[in-house]
Design a protein around this ligand. Structure first.
Ligand code: HEC
Ligand code: HEC
Length: 281
């Protein structure tokens, strides 16, 4: 993504945010924005029509390993190279603000990135080859169609071509002190290891579950070194607003410096080698 584009998106987010603040300040009666992040009934939609595809999309995003993971039930569908779930990063199935949510996704793709059109299927396959350390899904396959249907469904009230507040990650201020992996190791031991494990190994779901109760952060089963999360800026922004699991961008637990430091520690750890990154995200 070009700096110009990023600035454009950030500006749109800031505007939407200012609008929310103004609306609240003047009184709810004046202007009520829909709650784009409200929980959905995607899992329980009645059978028929588009609903089956939306429900399948929800299933793939939340229980990715079972459908398309490296241990998926159907060997022909083992596209991912790990057992992560999309929702391990796109928290609450893409409905948590500042955890790379999906509410404005369908309405803001295709997107111009570096003078070229990036389609939503290409963006999803970016996460397939990097975060999921795997192969691209066929663009015309049922799994891709299902994820697109789900993203359209959770974005059905979102305005066309606008990134609503809370999209993406909440960027941190530049670190006051240069990020330090040594200090980050202490943050990790105090605030992360009890869930993610002392060696970042995570914790598998009990069978018959497939995938992770707590996802790994490094090692062979983690996202690869081309993934967004392998970059310190991305990891620090994600962690500050979302970790330990349960915090939010309004009520973070770590200081910004602690987030930078623990991100320095985690991103320096070994992980699978990814494809070369193109400059598109
Ligand atoms: C209370 C348990 C808990 C703690 C403590 C915790 N996490 Fe997590 N973390 C999770 C869970 C669960 C997920 C997956 C969320 C989901 O699937 O809903 C996750 C996801 C993540 C992810 C994205 C998925 C992945 O595999 O990379 C990162 C990065 C992460 N955590 C980093 C951290 C860091 C750094 C800390 C310490 C500051 C931390 N977490 C503390 C439970 C925890
Ligand atoms: C290890 C973490 C991780 C996993 C797992 C992951 N992603 Fe992502 N994804 C990201 C990050 C980080 C971004 C970029 C967020 C940003 O900077 O705006 C992103 C961006 C996206 C976007 C662009 C959204 C938008 O509107 O900007 C889509 C679509 C997407 N991912 C789909 C998926 C799908 C589908 C899966 C599962 C097959 C998946 N991702 C798995 C981390 C992950």
């Amino acid at each position: 993504m070009t700096p110009t584009m990023r600035r454009g998106l950030v500006a749109a987010g800031v505007l939407a945010f200012a609008a929310v603040a103004a609306g609240v300040g003047i009184g709810h009666a004046l202007w009520a924005e829909p709650d784009y992040y409200a929980p959905t009934d995607a899992a329980d939609l009645p059978a028929g029509g588009d609903n089956d595809l939306i429900r399948l999309g929800w299933g793939i995003i939340t229980d990715t390993a079972r459908h398309i993971g490296k241990d998926a039930e159907d060997p022909a569908l083992r596209y991912a190279g790990n057992d992560l779930a999309c929702a391990n990063c796109h928290l609450d199935a893409g409905l948590k603000p500042f955890a790379a949510p999906f509410v404005s996704t369908a309405t803001s793709y295709p997107m111009m990135v570096d003078d070229r059109v990036l389609t939503l299927t290409e963006r999803i396959n970016g996460c397939m080859t990097r975060s999921m350390n795997g192969r691209p899904l066929p663009e015309d396959g049922r799994e891709m169609a299902a994820m697109l249907a789900y993203m359209r469904y959770v974005g059905r009230d979102a305005p066309e071509g606008v990134r609503v507040a809370g999209m993406g990650l909440k960027p941190l201020s530049p670190a006051a002190e240069p990020p330090n992996a040594g200090r980050g190791e202490a943050v990790y031991a105090a605030d992360c290891a009890r869930c993610h494990g002392a060696a970042g190994e995570g914790n598998r779901k009990a069978p018959p579950g497939i995938g992770w109760a707590i996802p790994p952060l490094w090692g062979d089963s983690a996202f690869n070194d081309s993934a967004g999360m392998a970059h310190i800026e991305t990891a620090a922004a994600f962690v500050r607003a979302n970790m330990p699991r349960g915090v939010s961008s309004e009520a973070p637990m770590l200081s910004e410096q602690e987030a930078w430091d623990v991100a320095a520690f985690v991103t320096a750890k070994p992980r699978p080698k990814g494809p070369p990154r193109d400059a598109r995200d």
